[in-house]
Design a protein around this ligand. Structure first.
Ligand code: SAM
Length: 291
């Protein structure tokens, strides 16, 4: 396990992922019934943008650094408001010094009746995460393998909630694993919203991944992709995507407002664009159960 999110926290891919996570949580809050947020690959939860790791890549400057003080159009600003409120809240006035990971974004947005489960396998990162949430009765911190967590934590007793699956993509075959894991997870928690992050380097591999998600024949599945440049070099992170299962019905309209703004602000050179792919079968909660 070599991947450390501290090098990448706040980059363009985090902006897309965390903005969507915040939108899903805000939608869950529209009903009073409690829900659970499950983060299978959680990281450390809070990142120091002045750390050696963050300074080495400077990735956050081309991510949240371009968003936080941008004069956003009003509609896009309203859509990003819950996410940016957390970023501002943990920084206070003045320049950005810290960036919240998905666990902290979830923790700030959920209500007193909701629950958070955060899981991180890296021993040092797990300790940092456990320290961040020490004494928090609403948050459980685990150190399972994320793929095991995806099975063993589902379904949550609330039968409402969101599951974020955000692997490090260090190993071969992780896209295939993601598709397989999703099929099993939705079988356990068919009413849950799932957010699965994936990197876009080689577009052919990503197209095959999308086909494998569509082959699951889940009813409501959207692939949301943000390209920051034309994918000419398949070794680089040219874009990022999220598979969203059981998205809030309002999400697509919001994304059509937000994504053009993110493309304009986050593109690095020619070829920035966004894509929305409907990968759902549209019939029933889960039309075909994987074998
Ligand atoms: C992309 S980072 C997570 C970032 C976090 N979700 C966020 O948005 O702030 C992926 C994390 O997965 C952890 N990880 C890697 N392999 C894992 C595994 N098999 N099970 C659980 N966590 C794992 C890494 O240590 C890393 O912290």
């Amino acid at each position: 396990m070599n991947y450390r999110h501290a090098y990448h926290a706040g980059n363009f891919a985090d902006v897309l992922k965390h903005a969507l996570l915040a939108l899903v949580i805000e939608h869950l809050k529209l009903k009073p019934a409690p829900f659970r947020i499950i983060d299978t690959h959680a990281g450390i939860g809070l990142y120091d943008l002045g750390s050696e790791a963050a300074l080495k890549t400077g990735e956050w400057r081309a991510g949240i650094g371009r968003i936080v003080d941008a004069g956003l159009p009003a509609e896009a600003a309203a859509i990003l408001a819950p996410y940016l409120a957390v970023v501002r809240e943990i920084n206070g006035p003045g320049p950005l010094q810290r960036y919240p990971g998905s666990p902290l974004i979830a923790r700030h947005l959920m209500r007193a009746t909701d629950r958070l489960v955060v899981n991180e396998l890296h021993p040092e990162d797990h300790v940092a995460l456990a320290k961040l949430f020490a004494g928090d009765a609403q948050t459980k911190v685990l150190s399972l393998d994320g793929w095991t967590a995806l099975k063993s934590l589902l379904p949550p007793k609330e039968r409402r909630g969101v599951v974020l699956v955000d692997p490090a993509f260090e190993e071969q075959g992780e896209l295939e694993r993601l598709a397989k894991g999703l099929g099993e997870a939705v079988r356990r928690f068919a009413t849950g919203t799932f957010l699965l992050w994936y990197p876009i380097k080689d577009v052919k591999a990503v197209a095959a991944f999308r086909r494998s998600i569509a082959a699951l024949e889940l009813a409501k599945v959207l692939a949301v992709e943000l390209m920051i440049r034309a994918p000419e070099d398949a070794q680089r992170l040219n874009g990022a995507g999220l598979i969203v299962v059981n998205a809030p019905y309002t999400l697509e309209a919001k994304l059509k407002v937000l994504l053009p703004v993110l493309v304009r602000l986050l593109a690095q050179g020619e070829g920035g664009k966004f894509l929305l792919h409907d990968l759902g079968s549209g019939a029933g909660a889960l039309r075909k159960h994987p074998a």
